[in-house]
Design a protein around this ligand. Structure first.
Ligand SMILES: NC(=O)c1ccc[n+]([C@@H]2O[C@H](COP(=O)([O-])OP(=O)(O)OC[C@H]3O[C@@H](n4cnc5c(N)ncnc54)[C@H](OP(=O)(O)O)[C@@H]3O)[C@@H](O)[C@H]2O)c1
Length: 253
């Protein structure tokens, strides 16, 4: 069995790689920082006796999904688990934002995830076997003033993944979505609001990855990490929308 994990050089993706390795599943790790992945690959190979392939790639480039798919086919690797985890956010008022950065975010969080799901999903359908885990966010449950594009990309990921889950179910292909809340990783620095306090109540990437792996094994379709985040996701769905918008805005400024 082989799992392909995008965004495997840091944070949740790196820890998901560890979870798969512990379960004796071979890995293909993809992200831009090759050094980080090679170091982690060595650790996983020596600790868990799995085979780890590292493919450095910038997945925010429009045709990167096709290139990655072709590369994997060329190496004759059969992917049983596709983990679309790579993603980033950007904090600030939308009209003042760097437009190129918003485009990269949409490419990575939406376009590449969609294309990889399409390409590897078709192979899985033919084989009547496979798992796709897409990483959304609890941002998928409410609008996100001050991170508008990021939140919207995660709405897409959740809606798309739930629909595909139903389409692929009759073919024996299982699709699920992880919706983490704030998690200790490099995400905050990348989004421009700084590093989370390691002593904060926010879970570590390792805790979120272990949770996701357990839920995936139980074949859950959508999973939200943590009771507080589950409750917030529920409340934001039943509260008046205007109130939710103003509340999120006040939290994000
Ligand atoms: N941390 C949170 O609070 C939180 C909450 C909800 C959802 N999430 C979601 O969880 C997922 C993982 O985030 P994280 O928290 O683990 O953040 P992270 O520590 O910043 O990790 C992000 C990963 O994505 C990769 N990545 C970023 N841009 C890329 C690109 N252009 N091409 C290829 N790979 C790229 C990074 O690798 P390179 O830089 O080496 O390319 C890194 O491995 C994301 O989809 C994020 O939206 C995070």
């Amino acid at each position: 069995m082989i799992a392909l994990i995008t965004g495997a050089s840091a944070g949740i993706g790196k820890e998901l790689a560890t979870e798969f390795a512990k379960d004796k599943i071979d890995l293909v790790l993809v992200a831009r920082r090759e050094e980080n992945m090679l170091k982690h690959a060595l650790f996983l190979e020596t600790t868990y006796s799995v085979k780890v392939t590292v493919i450095p790639a910038d997945l925010a480039v429009p045709n990167s999904a096709e290139k990655l798919y072709d590369e994997i086919h060329k190496r004759d690797i059969k992917i049983n688990f596709l983990i679309n985890n790579a993603g980033f956010g950007d904090h600030g008022e939308f009209v003042d934002s760097d437009l190129a950065k918003q485009e990269e975010m949409i490419n990575l969080n939406i376009l590449t995830l969609t294309k990889l799901t399409r390409l590897f999903g078709a192979d899985m359908k033919l084989r009547n076997q496979g798992t796709i885990l897409n990483v959304a966010s609890d941002a998928a449950f409410r609008p996100g003033p001050m991170m508008s594009v990021y939140f919207a990309t995660k709405h897409y990921v959740l809606a798309f993944s739930e629909a595909i889950a139903e389409e692929l179910r009759p073919y024996g292909v299982y699709v699920c979505t992880l919706c983490p809340g704030s998690t200790q990783s490099e995400f905050g620095e990348m989004a421009g609001f700084g590093k989370l306090d390691p002593d904060s109540s926010n879970p570590t990437s390792a805790e979120v990855a272990a949770f996701a792996f357990r839920q995936m094994k139980k074949k859950k379709v959508v999973f939200i990490h943590g009771l507080k985040i589950k409750l917030r996701a529920f409340l934001t769905r039943v509260m008046p929308k205007g109130l939710v918008r103003r509340w999120v805005y006040s939290q994000m400024t």
